[in-house]
Design a protein around this ligand. Structure first.
Ligand code: NAD
Length: 254
């Protein structure tokens, strides 16, 4: 059966791989992203998808995108609240309030605007899967990244609560917690952390697996595969779970 799948921040990074995983299975896909160039490139590559330039923290832009999806499809089967940002790196006393707020807003307020729509639409149809992308920073303390850890723990609370509110309607809600994912974003994070801690990028890169049992980074495809599993019949009793795709994080402390 063709599923209707929405992915926020779906034009690049992990969201794009999630979107392409569902497209390759023949599903209908809608993505939004704040980066207009990335959206145009995604639309050119995948003309069959619904695409929109929308910042997940902007209520008017998100409502317009979500309404257009509802008009086109009349419902949604899988909603991936994937958008997030790493935020600033540093000791809490050195962080700027603006940077703190932007990090919390993109991760938490963005998930709220996405999930409140999905909750309404899915309750009417009495089915659906919501995935909320947290992080291993949502299951362990993360020194020098306090706003990111605070935001990603908040998303675990949102996941557990929505699983309880929506479970009676046949709707599943799970948190996805990737470990360090290979790619541009982590390259940027490593550079910021290296500067904040006065160490080399190589040393910081190596430190990312010291607390990981399997001593590995993960790929965006690993994350997409886990969401595909949750969206399959094999995952249809899994809800309220915090699924780490990370080779088992023992600690994020360096
Ligand atoms: N990359 C990792 O190592 C990693 C690890 C754990 C969790 N995560 C989480 O996975 C999710 C995706 O991460 P990623 O690595 O693909 O990110 P990324 O930084 O590569 O960005 C992917 C896309 O998100 C878009 N985006 C950023 N802010 C947005 C906003 N406010 N509204 C709409 N779109 C926005 C960007 O334009 C970009 O196209 C995030 O929630 C992130 O916190 C990532």
């Amino acid at each position: 059966m063709t599923r209707r799948v929405l992915v926020t921040a779906g034009a690049a990074g992990i969201g794009k791989v999630i979107a392409e995983q569902f497209l390759s299975s023949g599903d209908q896909v809608a993505i939004c992203d704040a980066d207009a160039e990335a959206v145009a490139a995604f639309a050119a590559e995948h003309p069959e998808a619904i695409t929109a330039v929308a910042d997940v923290t902007n209520e008017a832009q998100m409502d317009a995108f979500l309404e257009s999806v509802e008009d086109a499809w009349g419902g949604v089967d899988v909603c991936c609240a994937n958008a997030g940002t790493g935020g600033p790196a540093g000791r809490i006393e050195d962080l700027a309030y603006d940077d703190w707020q932007r990090c919390i807003a993109t991760n938490v307020h963005g998930a709220y605007l996405t999930c409140r729509w999905a909750a309404r639409v899915m309750q009417a149809q009495k089915s659906g899967l919501i995935t909320i992308t947290s992080s291993t920073a949502g299951i362990a303390g993360y020194p020098f990244r306090s706003p990111y850890a605070a935001a990603k723990w908040a998303l675990i609370g949102l996941t557990k609560t929505l699983a309880m509110e929506l479970g009676p309607f046949g709707i599943r809600v799970n948190a996805i917690c990737p470990g360090a994912v290979e790619g541009d974003r982590m390259d940027r994070v490593l550079a910021k952390e290296a500067a904040a801690r006065g160490e080399s990028e190589d040393a910081i890169r190596a430190s990312y697996v010291t607390g990981v049992s399997m001593k590995t980074w993960v790929t965006a495809q690993d994350v997409a595969n886990s969401i595909a599993f949750l969206a399959s019949d094999a995952g249809d009793k899994i809800s309220g779970q915090v699924l780490a795709i990370d080779g088992h994080t023992e600690t994020l402390a360096p």
